[in-house]
Ligand binder design. Sequence first.
Ligand SMILES: [Zn+2]
Ligand SMILES: [Zn+2]
Ligand SMILES: [Zn+2]
Length: 299
Amino acid sequence: MKRPLPSPPSIPLLTSGAYTAGSYHTTSLPPTLISSSVDGDSVSFEWTAPGSGSAVYKVTAIGSVVFSGWDDEVGAPHYDRSKLAVRCTCPSGKEQRMNTLRSGRVLYVCKHARSALDGACDPDGTKAIEGMRRERVELLKREKDRQEEEHPGERARITALLAGKTYEEIADALQAALKTFAGLSSLTALFPASPSSALPSPTLKTCGRCSTDYDPNGNPASLVCRKYHPDDSVNMVWESSKKCYSECGDCGRTFGLDGYNSWTKNGPREEGDTCYETEHVPLEEYDGSNDPFVKNLKR
Ligand SMILES: [Zn+2]
Ligand SMILES: [Zn+2]
Ligand SMILES: [Zn+2]
């Protein structure tokens, strides 16, 4: 017998553990599902969400729920944040998207997207994930038994060795191994070139705004495009002998407030240490003359 499709359609393996509400606000009206397509585990969903007044926001979820590992090998799942992109056109949605990119690990969503995703959770997701976790536990146990049989003591030795090394020392050792035939064979086994591997080969793009090379499918944290206030554009402003702040001559933002105990209506605001912070845009899609992030910069 065929299982009836859940209504509305759900995103395979999506559970509430896959995303985090960036604020405690909730929506009074749930978003309306406009379109949804599910192809295997890859999805494209779109909702509209009523905002304040006559505003209507668009929520999208594109990609798939992919696991990158498990806590302590067999605990809660880790999600690959680069594989499911959730966006909402509301102001908080843009902020949560940046929080997601900055964290690189947590998928932060606004209240509209949260409500939309709550309604699209896979009713069998928790069970399926638990099944995958149990399989993993059993696999690791079998692997460990085989390790002890064929390489007695080696696991404990390598564990102790790694614990005593810094990341730099480990990277140096891998670089050295890369230069021998046996070393390269071992590293190829460890880092296969297939796109489903933990460390697939990057496909680099160049950002039209900041000229950085980045991997659009890489860690979300590497997708952030930001410019820190240039040192030689920053002026310190003393409002009194005890109150001062910094001001960037390029973007006009104020930051580094010192001596201000509370927020005052006409006083300076803490606007962060960047002229702008957004996402990289591939060169071929970048329109410099219509870029709101650089438009008001003096240079
Ligand atoms: Zn929103
Ligand atoms: Zn600035
Ligand atoms: Zn950039």
